[in-house]
Design a protein around this ligand. Structure first.
Ligand code: OGA
Ligand code: MN
Length: 235
């Protein structure tokens, strides 16, 4: 089976948007070990072009900090790393939606990981929503990034839920056809994000490269980052 991402990038080669300027002001200094960030409350993890837009999308864009524990992150890494290590990061395809990545997908998991995934599913999806069987794993190199795109509406449904492993990062949402409307999401390591409905269909999403990775004017260093992404099927 073709990896989902191949499908995603072929169908939605979204135009590159002009990067909106980040808000600047609140200076945050160093924080907990291995994250460099002070703990943010969930509602502080989303900033946008206007308070109205942040409010309007608040039921469609969620970030939950510390959704998984360090032990659970370790269990996921132990399952994923051996397979990922056999692949090489792809850098050279100028037309890809993603730069500096390797990817895989997984249907069956060990007990610890299955527990994590069923928690993700239970918070992100309605009980009767049919899910895409395989979970998508995307491993971004430290120098890797995801360009603005919209996931294929043919292959993926209304909801995208992703765990972030190994690194903090910034996800940017930009309204298609109105690039002055945007949100920046701080995705702390071990957090879960959920995009639904308009936020998923009408806004491109991207993961910023290290050089552009700022939140409230504060650098959010990008390390190697692995995302574990669950999606539902189109209705
Ligand atoms: C994708 C995507 C986001 C992430 O694979 O389509 O947007 O968190 N991934 O890795
Ligand atoms: Mn995507």
């Amino acid at each position: 089976m073709k990896l989902l991402l191949t499908v995603v990038k072929r169908i939605h080669k979204a135009p590159l948007c002009n990067a909106p300027r980040c808000l600047s002001s609140v200076a945050r200094s160093s924080g907990p070990a291995n994250s460099g960030l002070l703990p943010f409350r969930d509602e502080e993890l989303i900033v946008g072009s206007s308070p109205e837009l942040v409010k309007r999308l608040s039921s469609q864009v969620e970030v939950r900090t510390e959704f998984i524990s360090e032990e659970e992150e370790g269990a996921l890494m132990r399952e994923l790393e051996p397979g990922l290590r056999k692949k090489r990061y792809e850098f050279d395809h100028w037309d890809d939606a993603i730069h500096g990545y390797r990817e895989t997908e997984r249907v069956t998991w060990g007990a610890a990981c299955e527990g994590v995934l069923s928690r993700v599913r239970s918070v992100a999806f309605a009980e009767d929503s049919p899910l895409l069987g395989p979970v998508h794993i995307l491993d971004l190199d430290k120098a890797g990034y995801i360009k603005p795109h919209i996931d294929s509406v043919k292959f993926c449904g209304s909801t995208i839920a992703g765990l972030s492993l190994l690194s903090d990062s910034i996800m940017r949402l930009v309204k298609e056809g109105a690039t002055n409307e945007w949100l920046d999401l701080l995705l702390p390591r071990r957090s879960l994000y959920i995009l639904r409905d308009q936020a998923r269909y009408d806004f491109t999403h991207e993961i910023l490269k290290d050089e552009e990775s700022l939140f409230h004017g504060q650098k959010v260093p990008r390390q190697r980052r692995i995302s574990v992404i669950c999606r539902n099927l189109p209705a």
